[in-house]
Design a protein around this ligand. Structure first.
Ligand code: HEM
Length: 192
């Protein structure tokens, strides 16, 4: 059970299990998903990483760091810390979700699916792209000041923290209808 002691091996084991399931499906007369379906899978997997960490920041980390002193914060935010790792996977999740989401969008407009380019997905994807923009151009540049990767005075750090928090809260708000529209676009289009 060595693969359970190292998270990287655990993830590889998960993909091996998936490969076995796909092999079993083919062996019993099923068919392999095409590249579009794989993109949808990696899109959702990436989205879980991104939005999971967004909710972790908003529901767990930010409320817990309210009364923490600047000295403790410096320790919490240092190189290799939980916060820096979480921010790294948060950004990678956002980029990867956008990458696979764009492949899906291009597929939809190439009329890959019979519901190509519904109003549901247009609104959902617009919300998600705004969220990605917030991560890349507001949250991350400001977080770099907060965690000390970019030089900033105490006042600048406080202002940067507020900007990052507001953008993060906007993303939390948008994520609620965004996720609904991602699903509705495929399963039950609310705009018809
Ligand atoms: C970053 C920008 C994003 C774009 C451009 C985008 C685009 C798309 C597109 C075009 C589809 C439709 C695929 C289809 O009809 O086959 C889709 C599906 C989906 N998206 Fe996104 N998306 C984005 C972000 C997100 C995020 C942040 C999540 C959160 C987890 C998410 C979750 C989903 C889910 C769960 C589906 C699958 C729905 C289903 O087939 O049941 N998306 N996305």
């Amino acid at each position: 059970m060595g693969f359970l002691t190292d998270h990287k091996k655990t993830i590889i084991a998960g993909f091996i299990l998936l490969a076995i399931i796909l092999g079993a499906a083919i062996g019993t007369g099923g068919s392999l998903p095409d590249s579009y379906d794989f993109s949808r899978y990696f899109h959702v997997l990436s989205g879980i990483i991104w939005i999971g960490l967004l909710y972790y920041f908003n529901f767990v980390q930010v409320p817990s760091l309210g009364g923490v002193t600047p000295e403790t914060k410096a320790d919490i935010f240092k190189e290799g810390s939980i916060v820096r790792r979480a921010l790294f996977w948060f950004r990678m999740g956002a980029h990867s979700t956008l990458l696979f989401g764009t492949i899906l969008l291009v597929g939809l407009f190439g009329d890959k699916l019979n519901h190509g380019g519904s109003m549901d997905i247009m609104i959902g994807a617009t919300f998600a792209i705004i969220m990605w923009f917030n991560v890349t151009f507001i949250i991350w540049p400001n977080q770099k000041k907060v965690i000390g990767m970019v030089e900033a005075t105490a006042d600048e750090k406080a202002a940067a923290g507020k900007k990052a928090l507001m953008a993060s809260r906007i993303n939390t708000l948008l994520s609620i209808p965004m996720l609904f529209l991602m699903f509705s676009s495929t399963h039950f289009q609310i705009f018809g």
